[in-house]
Design a protein around this ligand. Structure first.
Ligand code: IMP
Length: 428
C-alpha cells in the first residue's frame, strides 16, 4: 500500500503529467492538491496530445478515481471546458471524478484582478499566468472566498459575490482599470456552472481517508514546482500555493503520517517561465538550442520558457524541503546532441562558495553558478528500451546526480510517449 506525493522539484514544467499518467495504472486514486488552471500537464499517447489544467492526469486510466482536492482553486468554467475535452476522447468522468466541496472557486473577478495587478506593476511584474490564482488564494486566506459548496446555495453565493464585487470594483478603480463588475451576471453564471458540476462535488477528504483505510494505492499530484512554493520558493516570484509535499496534506485532508513516498520530478536541465531568479539561466545559443529541442514553450500560456543547465544546489534544497526519497529524471533526450553537459554543483556569492540555496532574493540574484562538466552521451536515447543498454556516459550522469542529492533515480524519461521510459528501479 502506498500514498505517494509526486512533486515538481524545480520551477514547474518538469514533465509531471507523463510520470503521473505512467504511475496511474498502479494506483486506485489520483488527487490534485493545490494550484489551479495555471498548471498545464501534457500527456501524449496514441498519437494524441492532451493538456490538462485541472483534471488529475489519472483520468485516462479507466479504473482510477480522480480527486480535485480542497487545496486546489477551481475555475468552474475552465473545468467544464476541460471535461468536454476529456469526454471528446471517449472518457466518461461521471462516477470517477470527485471535486472537493471545500475547494475555493476562481471567480471571473479574480482573473480581472490578476491581470490588472500585473499590468500596474510594470517591470516588476511576477509574470503570472493571469488565471486569477493569486487573488483567489488571497480571498481564501482573508476569509472572503467562495467555495464549491457555495455554488450550490444561491443565497450564500449572492451574499459573498455582492460583497466581493463592491470591494474589487474599488480596487480596479485604484489600478486604473476601466472594467466594472456586475454581481447579478456573475451569480447567474456560477449557479449554472454549479448545477453542472453538482454530481461531482463531495467530501473528498473522507473519500481519500476511506481509500487509505481500505489499503488502496493513492497518488497525490502536485502542480508547479518546489521553487515556486509560496513559503519555500523564490519569493515574491512564486505562485500562491504550496506545491511542496507538505501542501499535499493540507490540500487533501490526508495526514502527514499517511505519506509513504515523495517522488521528485526533475528535468535533465532547468527551465523557468515568468520572472524571478534563475541562477543557471543561459542567455546564449545553448539555451536557445535547449528551448528548441525541448519544445520549451508554456503549456498554459504558450510563453517561451527560460532555459539553463541542471542546478543541483537548487535540487538539493528541493530534496530537503520535500523529503524526496525517489527521483524521476525527464527529457534526458533533449541533451542527446551535446558533447559536454554542465551541472551546477555550487553557488559563488560574493566570492564565497556554498551548496546551500539562499532564501534572500538579493543573494539569489548575485549567484554565479560553479559548474562541473560531464561528457555527453551523443546518441539517440529515445531508442533505448533496456536500462542495461544505456551508455556508460548516461550511467555516470545519473550516478553523479544520485551521489550529490543522496536520492536514487528510479525513472529516466527519454521522450514524451509512455514507451519512452526506463524504470531504473521498481516503483511500488
Ligand atoms: P500564477 O501561479 O499564475 O500566479 O503565476 C506565478 C508564477 O508561477 C509565474 O512565474 C508563473 O509563470 C509560474 N507558474 C504558474 N503555474 C506554472 C506552471 O504550471 N508551470 C510553470 N510555472 C508556473
Amino acid at each position: 500500500m502506498s500514498t505517494r506525493v509526486v512533486i515538481g522539484a524545480q520551477w514547474g514544467d518538469e514533465g509531471k503529467g507523463k510520470i503521473i499518467d505512467l504511475l496511474s495504472n498502479k494506483v486506485s486514486v489520483v488527487a490534485r492538491y493545490q494550484g489551479g488552471a495555471n498548471a498545464g500537464h501534457t500527456l501524449k499517447f496514441d498519437n494524441t496530445t492532451i493538456v490538462l489544467h485541472l483534471v488529475p492526469s489519472g483520468v485516462f486510466h479507466d479504473n482510477t478515481e480522480c480527486v480535485i482536492g480542497n487545496g486546489v482553486v477551481i475555475d468552474p468554467l475552465a473545468l467544464l471546458t476541460e471535461l468536454e475535452e476529456v469526454r471528446s476522447h471517449n472518457i466518461n468522468p461521471e462516477g470517477r471524478l470527485f471535486i472537493s466541496e471545500s475547494a475555493h472557486v476562481i471567480m471571473s473577478y479574480h482573473k480581472v484582478l490578476d491581470q490588472a495587478r500585473e499590468k500596474s506593476k510594470g517591470d516588476n511584474k511576477i509574470g503570472t499566468t493571469g488565471r486569477g490564482i493569486g487573488p483567489a488564494y488571497v480571498h481564501k486566506y482573508s476569509r472572503n472566498g467562495v467555495r464549491m459548496m457555495d455554488l450550490l446555495d444561491a443565497e450564500v453565493l449572492r451574499t459573498k459575490v455582492e460583497a466581493n464585487v463592491t470591494e474589487i470594483n474599488h480596487l480596479l478603480e485604484q489600478l486604473n482599470c476601466d472594467e466594472k463588475l456586475e454581481a447579478n451576471q456573475i451569480v447567474k453564471e456560477m449557479l449554472e456552472a454549479g448545477e453542472k458540476l453538482k454530481p461531482f462535488v463531495c467530501d473528498t477528504g473522507l473519500l481519500l481517508h476511506n481509500a487509505q483505510k481500505a489499503g488502496k494505492n493513492i497518488l497525490l499530484e502536485g502542480a508547479q514546482g518546489a521553487l515556486l512554493d509560496v513559503d519555500h520558493g523564490t519569493y515574491p516570484f512564486v505562485t500562491s500555493s504550496s506545491p511542496t509535499s507538505g501542501g499535499a496534506c493540507t490540500g487533501t485532508g490526508l495526514p502527514p503520517t499517511a505519506i509513504t513516498h515523495v517522488m521528485g520530478i526533475m528535468k535533465a536541465y532547468c527551465t523557468r517561465v515568468g520572472n524571478g531568479p534563475f541562477p543557471t539561466e543561459l542567455h546564449n545559443e545553448i539555451g536557445e538550442e535547449i528551448r528548441k529541442i525541448g519544445h520549451e514553450f508554456g503549456a498554459t500560456t504558450g510563453r517561451p520558457r527560460r532555459t539553463g543547465w541542471l542546478d543541483l544546489v537548487a535540487l538539493k534544497y528541493a530534496c530537503r524541503i520535500n523529503g524526496i526519497n525517489e527521483l524521476a529524471v525527464t527529457k534526458l533526450d533533449v541533451l542527446d546532441a551535446f558533447e559536454e553537459i554542465q551541472i551546477c554543483t555550487a553557488y559563488d556569492i560574493d566570492g564565497v562558495q556554498t551548496d546551500q540555496f539562499p532564501l534572500e532574493l538579493k543573494k539569489i540574484e548575485k549567484v554565479k553558478p560553479v559548474y562541473t562538466a560531464l561528457k555527453g552521451w551523443n546518441c539517440d536515447t529515445t531508442k533505448i528500451t533496456d536500462k542495461e543498454a544505456l551508455p556508460q556516459t548516461v550511467k555516470d550522469y545519473v550516478a553523479f546526480i544520485e551521489t550529490y542529492l543522496e536520492v536514487p533515480v528510479v525513472i529516466l524519461s527519454t521522450g514524451p510517449k509512455r514507451k519512452e521510459t526506463l524504470f531504473l528501479q521498481e516503483v511500488h
